[in-house]
Ligand binder design. Structure first.
Ligand code: PLP
Length: 418
């Protein structure tokens, strides 16, 4: 039982260097966040030792009395946080939650209608070589090429034409709120089930700063590690008792064996924190930060660098930058921002003229920096740094110095060492 640094110095160094990287860079990948130390504690705890196949009170293993308490807490807190009647907190990740949802509500060969990957959808919503694309008949809707907004009339037209079993509303790269009521009306009209994947915006929903899909959808799935800022994992909600039973069976034994009880305990803590006024205040900073970045990057376009913001702004935690008319492409922009110690990811824009490994877009998110403590002043500075970085002839060392001033002012995990 010697410490990690002694047993495996190579891995210990990875942990330390990664901690340094997280401290020294501005993390702006829209799907990432920083978990609180309390969540790290559960995830690094003895609960990782426990097998607990089944559900609380109905396990296939002995010795589950303590992990039962953790899972019950996670379930009750998820239900209360999102106002849902049933919650399954066992999915190991967002993708496995989605696999379980489809396992519960569709049969291989059924038709699914979802947002296409290259327009902002997720792999599990029907990408060709994902299980969803291989097992189901996929019909995809997109965004309007002019406005970058989902055209609900097109969703309606495709639903009437293809009569899908499931309509999927949810996204990985989309800067606007979805019209859940309209999605549900379309689903009802064609006899489909509405599944909302709120993986990205769940934290905003929990804080009440984004409409909730729960009253509209038959099933809602999510991750816990994006805007919620909890452990890397997933969960599923429904208000329908019959669907709840099918979902439980689909997760275990349908998809998974033993649940990750250390992660489930950490989910319980994350849901507890997400119900606090501090969490709401943080999500408000997330939204304002994204708004500030969208606004100031739109002004950069005025300077003539050909940079625009897709859909003209944002009402969530991310901004999609369109570089189709800029000299710099998505890959170069990602690399350049990395050089000044800002981490983002390049992202294809609809009908992208550049290849998928290059792209003409960037996805920039604010959740992790809001967790780090950033407010309007810091997001304004970040926006200005990014705008300058994307112009031809950017002064990289000067911008890196401005980033360093921000990271120094907001220490991350100050007491942590591996
Ligand atoms: N659903 C959506 C909308 C996502 O954006 C993601 C993650 O990128 C997932 C599901 C999958 O989550 P995970 O990476 O935990 O499998």
């Amino acid at each position: 039982n010697a410490p990690l640094a002694e047993i495996d110095p190579e891995i210990a160094q990875v942990l330390d260097r990664e901690l340094d990287r997280q401290r020294g860079f501005l993390e702006m990948i829209a799907s990432e966040n920083f978990v609180p130390v309390s969540v790290l504690q559960s995830q690094g705890s003895v609960l990782t030792n426990k097998y607990a196949e089944g559900y609380p009170g109905r396990r296939y293993y002995g010795g589950c009395e303590e992990v039962d308490v953790a899972e019950e807490l996670a379930i009750e807190r998820a239900k209360a946080l999102f106002g849902a009647k049933f919650a399954n907190v066992q999915p190991h990740s967002g993708a496995t939650a989605n696999a379980a949802v489809l396992h519960a509500i569709a049969r291989p060969g059924d038709t699914l209608l979802g947002l296409s990957l290259d327009q902002g959808g997720h792999l599990t919503h029907g990408m060709k070589i994902n299980f969803s694309g291989r097992l189901y008949n996929i019909v995809a809707y997109g965004v309007d090429p002019e406005t970058s907004v989902i055209d609900m009339d097109e969703v309606h037209r495709l639903a009437v034409e293809h009569k899908p079993k499931v309509i999927i509303a949810g996204w990985s790269a989309y800067p606007r709120q979805l019209d859940f009521a309209r999605f549900r009306a379309i689903a009802d009209e064609v006899g489909a089930l509405l599944w909302v994947d709120m993986a990205h915006f769940a934290g905003l929903v929990a804080a009440g700063v984004h409409p909730s899909p729960v009253p509209h959808a038959h099933v809602v799935s999510s991750t816990v590690h994006k805007t919620i800022g909890g452990p890397r994992s997933g969960f599923i909600l429904t208000n329908d008792e019959d669907l709840a039973k099918k979902i439980n069976t689909a997760v275990f034994p349908g998809q998974q064996g033993g649940p990750l009880m250390h992660v489930i305990a950490a989910k319980a803590t994350a849901f507890k924190l997400a119900a606090t006024p501090e969490f709401k205040e943080r999500q408000e900073r997330v939204l304002r930060g994204a708004h500030i970045i969208a606004e100031r990057l739109s002004q950069a376009d005025v300077a003539g660098a050909g940079i625009t913001v897709r859909s003209g702004g944002t009402d969530v935690h991310l901004v999609l930058v369109d570089l189709r008319n800029a000299e710099i492409d998505g890959k170069q922009a990602e690399d350049l921002l990395h050089e000044i110690h800002i981490t983002v990811n390049r992202n294809a824009v609809p009908n992208d003229p550049r290849p998928p490994m290059v792209t003409s877009g960037l996805r920039i998110g604010t959740p992790a920096l809001a967790t780090r403590g950033f407010g309007d002043a810091e997001f304004t500075e970040v926006a200005d740094i990014i705008a300058l970085a994307l112009q031809p002839g950017a002064d990289v060392p000067a911008l890196r110095t401005r980033v360093a001033a921000l990271t120094a002012a907001f220490p991350l995990y100050p007491d942590l060492r591996h």
